[in-house]
Design a protein around this ligand. Structure first.
Ligand code: SF4
Length: 347
């Protein structure tokens, strides 16, 4: 059954307090959301904060203002612009999706859940977000912010993640037929700015009256979490070779798998015990004396970094290349950038 109490309160609050975001059309501005910009922002925001996404979004939309422009971009250019944003499968799917929309759909994004779900890299959450925000469809958009608001509003004390389906069903009850796109953004904004994880600002919250967790004094404890599992650890080695002119020896990682298609330092596979990786060429390799620790979603990686200085005349081994002039550590994925900075600091 649809609950018609919450949406009008939140929409009224959103009209006064909506966050200004570069991809967003402010409420009652008369503007029309651009599905390309909504899609791009939603893909970038998967697992990533608004603060981290802003600059990337600006650079992407300046360089590729439409989905057709992005579809025509070279893979390497898009991967380089994405460097540092993490979760690189998103960048590969981004290109595949742009090319599908530009090639098969005449540059027009579908406006239905089914049409959106059929595109690469668009799962149920992203499809609902695009359908609601770009096309004002009454889809229920449930991210971490929304789960928190709903768990508290209903004082739902069962632990995550098992409680997720229940939270989704409760959230769906509140989704209005009027302004569903603004409503979706309103709940997310409330979770991001008022109903925050550790210290919910109940005193200024528009949902203070109907909120069951606030009434029970348990807001900050929700949503309840199951005990944490320990992330498995993996180990690897990278070889940071620097030529006399300052160029670094780089590999393009295989297209599939973690960091697929991105530039990186050569090295072996990552494994549960420290693997023996062969150096890419003969040189006086030295351990930099510190390791790189990087946390991925499903494991924690410790990289040993070896570095060597090489004369200008050394050719890159087959499959590797010396970096181009102007190359910076920031052009690499974060874990590789950390390793390169460690090696560069050895001078
Ligand atoms: Fe969150 Fe407090 Fe508002 Fe309830 S009253 S929705 S706990 S901020």
């Amino acid at each position: 059954m649809r609950d018609s109490v919450i949406a009008p309160i939140l929409l009224g609050w959103y009209d006064r307090h909506a966050r200004a975001l570069p991809w967003r059309v402010p409420p009652h501005s008369g503007g029309v959301a651009d599905p390309y910009r909504i899609w791009l922002s939603e893909v970038m925001l998967q697992q990533t904060t608004v603060a981290a996404v802003r600059d990337y979004f600006h650079r992407f939309t300046t360089r590729w203002p439409t989905v057709t422009d992005l579809a025509a971009a070279a893979d390497g250019d898009v991967m380089a612009e994405w460097a540092g944003l993490g979760y690189y499968a998103r960048a590969r799917n981004l290109l595949a999706c742009a090319r599908r929309v530009a090639g098969d759909l005449g540059g027009v994004f579908p406006d239905s859940m089914d049409g959106l779900r059929a595109l690469p890299g668009i799962g149920p959450y992203t499809a609902a977000a695009i359908a609601a925000i770009a096309f004002d469809r009454p889809e229920t958009v449930v991210d971490g912010n929304v789960e928190r608001v709903i768990a508290r509003l209903h004082a739902e004390t069962a632990a995550m993640p098992a409680v997720k389906p229940r939270l989704r069903a409760l959230a769906a009850r509140h989704t209005p037929l009027d302004r569903p796109g603004d409503y979706a953004q309103a709940v997310m904004d409330l979770g991001a700015t008022v109903c925050t994880p550790r210290k919910p600002a109940c005193a200024i919250c528009p949902l203070r009256e109907p909120c069951a967790a606030h009434a029970a004094g348990i807001a900050a404890e929700l949503p309840a979490r199951a005990p944490k599992t320990v992330r498995p650890r993996r180990f690897g080695t990278v070889y940071a070779a620097c030529r006399a002119d300052g160029a670094w020896l780089l590999e393009t990682r295989p297209p599939k798998g973690l960091l697929g298609g991105m530039l990186g330092l050569p090295g072996g596979a990552w494994a549960e015990t420290a693997p023996q990786a062969s150096p890419p060429l003969a040189a006086d390799w030295r351990d930099v004396g510190a390791t790189v620790r990087h946390v991925f979603t499903h494991f924690e990686l410790t990289l040993t970094v070896l570095t060597a200085r090489l004369p200008q005349s050394v050719a890159a081994p087959l499959g590797l290349a010396w970096s181009a002039p102007g190359f910076r550590a920031d052009d690499l994925p974060s874990v590789m950038a950390k390793a390169l900075r460690l090696a560069a600091a050895q001078d």
